[in-house]
Ligand binder design. Sequence first.
Ligand SMILES: [Zn+2]
Length: 347
Amino acid sequence: MNPQESELHYPLGETLPATGKTIELATGVRWLRMGLPFALNHINLWLLDDGEGWTVVDCGIATDDTRAAWEQVFAQELQGKPIRRVIATHCHPDHVGLAAWLCERWQAPLVMTVGEYGFARMMGAALPGADGPAMVPHFQRHGLTDPARLAQLDGRKSYYTTLVPKVPAHFLRLEESRPLQIGGREWRVITGTGHSPEHAALHCAELGILISGDMVLPRISTNTSVFAIEPEADAVGQYLSSLEKFLPLAEDTLVLPSHGKPFRGLHKRVAQLQAHHAERLDEVSEACVTPQSAADIVPIMFKRELDTHQLTFAMGEALAHLHRLWYAGELQREAGEDGVLRFVRIA
Ligand SMILES: [Zn+2]
C-alpha cells in the first residue's frame, strides 16, 4: 500500500471476489472482478439487484476467460433471475468489450451516455482518425520520431476491435438530468470528461454508494490523454473540472472504482488527485523554460521503460499536461522547422 492509499479506508481489507463469484457490498449491490491481460490486470464489475432481474454495470473484455467467468456468474450468482439491462460507464474496451455478448445473451438493452456510445461505435468501426494508424502523424507532430515505435503504432489496426468485437446496434441513453430507478432505488448519473467523452458515474444517496468507474480510482491516477481524434483537447482541464462534481457527495460514501478495491475517503482521494496533477503541471512548466515537445516531456513525467502500449498513454498524458498550461496562458506553442510542435513558457 502506498502512503496515499493509507489515508483511505478499505472496508473489506484485502478481500477480493474469486473468479466467477460475487461479494455483496450492500443490500442488492454485488462486486465481481474480471482479469485483464495488461499491466492493469483486473476490472471490477457490479451487479445491482433490479427486482425481477439484475442490472450489470460494465462488462470486461471479449476473451474466452472473461466469458467463462461470466458463465460461472450466470450459473451461481444470479439467484435464478435474468440480467435485465447492461450499463457501460464508458467506451473503453475493458468496460464495453462484452456488452454485445451480454445484451444478446439476455435480450437486455445497452445503457450508455450518447457520447460514450458514439465513440464505442466509432472505434468499433475503426473509422479513420479513431484507429491505430491515426496516432502516427499525431505523435510525429509531437516529437515521436523512433521509426520502430511508429511502425508498431501503425500496426495496431485492430487494438480496439480485438477487445470489443461488436457494439450493440442500439442503446438507451443515460443522462445526468434523468436518474435511474434500479431495484426501487434512485441512482443519479454524474457525467465526466477528460478520461473519455462522457463518462457516467452512478450515485445512490440512499445506499451511500458511488460507482465511480474510471473517474476516481484509489491507487492509480485516471488516464487523461490527448489523442488524434481531438488533437487540441484540454483533457487534464476537463478531468479536474469533472472531479469537482464529486465533492458534494458525502465523505463516508462507499466508492466502487473500476480498478482497485472499494474504499471510503472520496474527498481525500479527490484532493490527492488534484495535488498529483498540480505537481505534474509544475514539473512540466519548469521543463518548458526551453521549448519542449510532448515526446521531450515523456521521460520527465515517466521515469521508467515504457512498452508501445504504455508509450501511447504517456505521450497522450504529456500532451494533455502541456495543453492545460497552454490553455492557462502559461505556455505558447510553436512549430519548429522540423514540423514538430513545441511548448515554451511565456516570459
Ligand atoms: Zn477507461
